[in-house]
Design a protein around this ligand. Structure first.
Ligand code: SDX
Length: 432
């Protein structure tokens, strides 16, 4: 962080004036440092949705919402999606630089050899109902990991933090696949070390003991790209949840479980499942106008799922890549005339010509096309958000490590604008 001493913000009220330092980033908006404001002026700032609040300093991911740009450690997401692959992106997010060939080989070896889950956890997972939503299972199983991997829960031990990080990234596909297999009554499929990360996940989801399973390279490439597109995204709701949980010193598995729980909401990671359900409910292009008018109706809670974003006021760059990938994958699978894809493309076209969406700068986000690809790959909608959680684990871990490693880190403890009753005396029930 560069603290430009020549720049201060002046705040005057109640007959006093306060000088607040302005901190300048490497790119993006300046930041007014208000850390001393309450102590000096006895006032809070008020920003319930954190729309104007920088909660931390970070050098991991940068988003320019107006330009529709997303950088992982400075590298544009479209270049990484095309030229890199998920485990290389994981290395970049965790350690800050693209790995050499040797570093990448060693990292991939470590991840591959941590993919199996403690055998006793199979019995824990079998305690859920078969019809449990896979996200409920993932929240529970990941939270329970601290009961099975005690040797990597001491956050003050850098070596244990590293082992926990590798374990989380390695085991999330195994847990997600097990949650899926359990929900459809099929046996768990163990990871296979000869497969790459995305192929291994597809094998654990779709292989059965009764026959050999050959991974379709089109699907594994598309799966890997979806992982990359979802890997990190600055201080979104679930990442902020992980940081806040971590600020109390909670163990890494508990922090990631908190992030999974937050991601599940339909306004956040649950939007991919809600979006495909919406596209299927619309059913055909003839019905689109009705849903567009409902989305614009203030008295109707309906919103276009997969549209809009707190930060992007332009096309989500991930949605652009995802749309290209949807065309490519469905074309290669010979289902380019998929009716849901046609509805999505027409819905996007109509919405982006409608003044309501244009004036509010509402564009398709990462969740608008991802579900169409996942559906074409054979996943039920209930697995869409678990796949988002699997992909985002590296981002949560990288942000958590950055926070834990920050010597100035403090427990997160916001204040409030209190509008409740002022002090009053207790009244006995006979007098009420
Ligand atoms: C993710 O933060 C991240 O980075 C998240 C994420 C990540 O990678 O971690 O990018 C992943 O969560 C993507 C977003 C997925 N959610 C959805 O697709 C759900 C539908 N979208 C909306 O719920 C909404 O757009 C949010 C929650 C995404 C953003 O909400 P904001 O920033 O709080 O904006 P808002 O609700 O204040 O909306 C501004 C205006 C409102 O109208 P007015 O009150 O100003 O008249 O736009 C309207 C909203 O009613 N609006 C929509 C809309 N989204 C916003 N109207 C119709 N349909 C929509 N989808």
């Amino acid at each position: 962080m560069m603290n430009d001493k020549t720049k201060n913000a002046t705040l005057s009220f109640h007959g006093k004036t306060y000088e607040l330092p302005i901190l300048s980033p490497s790119v993006g908006p300046d930041v007014i440092d208000i850390r001393k404001l309450y102590g000096e002026a006895d006032v809070f700032t008020f920003d319930p949705g954190f729309t104007s609040t920088a909660a931390c300093e970070s050098d991991i991911t940068f988003i320019d919402g107006d330009k529709g740009e997303l950088l992982y450690r400075g590298y544009p997401i479209d270049q990484l999606a095309e030229k890199s692959h998920y485990l290389e992106v994981c290395y970049l997010l965790l350690y800050g630089e693209l790995p050499t060939a040797e570093q990448l080989e060693a990292f991939e070896y470590r991840i591959t050899n941590h993919t199996m889950l403690h055998e006793q956890m199979h019995y824990f997972l079998r305690g859920f109902r078969r019809d449990a939503h896979p996200m409920a299972t993932m929240v529970g199983v990941v939270g329970a990991m601290s009961a099975f991997y005690h040797d990597s829960t001491d956050i003050n031990d850098a070596a244990q933090r590293e082992v926990a990080s590798i374990r989380m990234i390695a085991k999330m596909p195994t847990i997600a696949a097990m949650a899926y297999k359990y929900s459809i009554g099929q046996p768990f499929i163990y990871p296979r070390n000869e497969l790459d990360y995305a192929s291994n996940f597809l094998s654990m989801c779709f292989a059965v003991p009764a026959e050999d399973y050959v991974v379709n390279p089109i699907l594994s490439r598309a799966m890997d790209r979806i992982f990359t597109l979802h890997a990190d995204h600055e201080q979104n709701a679930s990442t902020s949840t992980v940081r806040l949980a971590g600020s109390s010193g909670a163990n890494p598995f508990a922090c990631i479980a908190a992030g999974i729980a937050c991601l599940w909401g339909p306004a956040h990671g649950g939007a991919n499942e809600a979006c495909l359900t919406m596209l299927r409910e619309i059913g055909s292009v003839e019905h689109i106008p009705e849903y567009i008018s409902r989305a614009k109706d203030k008295n109707d809670p309906f919103r276009l799922m997969g549209f809009g974003h707190r930060v992007y006021k332009n096309f989500d760059p991930r949605a652009k890549v995802m749309k290209q990938s949807a065309d490519e994958v469905l074309g290669l699978l010979g289902i380019e005339n998929n009716p849901t894809l046609q509805v999505a493309k027409e819905l996007e076209r109509i919405a982006l010509e409608d003044d309501y969406f244009v004036s509010k700068k509402l564009y398709p986000n990462v969740d608008f096309y991802s579900g169409i690809i996942l559906d074409a790959m054979g996943f039920p909608t209930s697995m869409f958000t678990p796949i988002f959680a699997l992909s985002r684990t590296v981002g949560w871990i990288a942000q958590w490590k950055e926070m834990i490693g920050d010597p100035t880190q403090k427990i997160g403890r916001p204040r409030q604008l209190y509008t409740g009753a002022t002090e009053r005396d207790y009244v006995d029930v006979e007098q009420r």
